[in-house]
Design a protein. Sequence first.
Length: 206
Amino acid sequence: MHEVIPGARVEGKVLLDDENLYASNVDPVAVRRSVGMVFQRPNPFPTMSIYDNVVAGLKLAGVRKKSVLDGVVEKSLKGANLWNEVKDRLGKPGAGLSGGQQQRLCIARAIAVEPQVLLMDEPCSALDPISTLAIEDLIGELKEQFTIVIVTHNMQQAARVSDRTAFFNLAGVGQPGKLIELDDTQRIFSNPSVQATEDYISGRFG
């Protein structure tokens, strides 16, 4: 996401299958095919139809055969639990959907290229409770097919949707955050091994 931004600097390593994604010999386009991203606020491409939103990544990769694209659209929208709601209006703008539907459309767009990993940055923070429940249910289904990494400030949500939980905390103003503890979700929320985790979960700070 940063290689085209002047002055952008990345430190450290991110390993996927023991390969550093920030290494100089790694093609960022290939990384984007392996790692999908769903942002905090739904961001369907505003000038594109529902159909074209889903297949945008495939078309960028050179896929043009309509039968292939049609199949991916149906499979991805079904995977995002959106197909039955939009199958009769695939040519309509994606931006015309409700907030929860737009977020599921963005998820369909992300999984259409069949990534290894799906990153979600607070995917429910801009949604109402009903849409949030739909996204959480969807995460539970998708994690059978994809490795999902979700960032959330909602502890209840973390407890509901995750198998393993990592607790990060800021080291200080202007300093990078630190990984405080990583463990199975049940253990993190019932018997954390680090006092700072216990303090945060119990509401002593945060």
